[in-house]
Design a binder for this molecule. Sequence first.
Ligand code: HMG
Ligand code: MG
Length: 299
Amino acid sequence: DLPASVRIHEVGARDGLQNEKAVVPTEIKAEFIHRLAQAGLTTIEATSFVHPKWVPQLADAERLFPMLDGLQGVALPVLVPNERGLDRALALGADRIAVFASATESFAKANLNRTVDESLQMFAPVVARAKEQGGHVRGYLSMCFGDPWEGAVPVHQVVRVAKSLMDLGCDELSLGDTIGVATPAHVRSLLAALNEEGVPTSAIGVHFHDTYGQALSNTFAALQHGVRTVDASAGGLGGCPYAKSATGNLATEDLVWMLQGLGVDTGVDLGRLTATSVWLAEQLGRPSPSRTVRALSPD
Ligand code: HMG
Ligand code: MG
């Protein structure tokens, strides 16, 4: 049985733009996010409060975030790795944050300059303080299926870090297939293992990258398991600068096309969303990789 509705967690402005070689002007980012909201997206990850040298593409977070003030009824989560990042986010009134852990040591080192356990220690006060302020906390978990340095990642290794994130107080978990190697049976076994260890499906979102063209199949498997939160990136923008072979995220348009066909409500206007991705692709100077965007665009 499929859910009647799915909440799309739109990551294009963060996961997408962090991976662009060119730094997109702040005004274009703000317009992009406003257009995503007008297309009906209600959770739009806006930016990251990380070290500006690590991700220069998002170094304008202080200028961008206030430009989103007028967006009513839209949740605007931001990535925060540590207390320094949390201070920056709270100073601007952010009330939804995301910490980001790794299931593998190699990626924890590459992405956070920490071991897995050191990064969990770094997140502990971040989650606690955000919760004290009444905030909502998402815990990303990267490399849940495969890792470019370590190969296939054992389910029990993912479950251990996932449980640690939940124990810190995260409200939701996003399972990242950072390099896009998952297939549906692997998705099903990870979800079942998490449930067995006490992580409820209601707290789980899925975050697929489309490297091998499996992102939609994996999403469908997760929906059949009861997952109702799906991460996607408008136009299929994205990747991860610290993970070799990470290509774009599942395109939001591809996801919406499938869900419409299944009769699952998302609240998204596919025409407006596609027009937004076509517009952004023009700004970036190259076409959207999304098959649905291409199919629905003129010529
Ligand atoms: P570090 O070099 O170990 O930092 O980096 P540190 O803690 O040693 O601090 C060094 C200096 O950086 C200090 O300044 C800090 O104040 C400053 P100094 O005292 O030397 O003058 N600093 C900061 N400045 C601004 N904002 C901050 C901040 N933190 C420290 N937040 C750190 C550690 C975590 C900071 C660094 O590794 C980092 O910023 N990493 C972020 C990497 C990133 O954003 N990756 C992409 C997101 S993850 C992803 O995309 C995957 C996902 O999509 C899911 C999936 O697909 O799997 C979510
Ligand atoms: Mg990602």
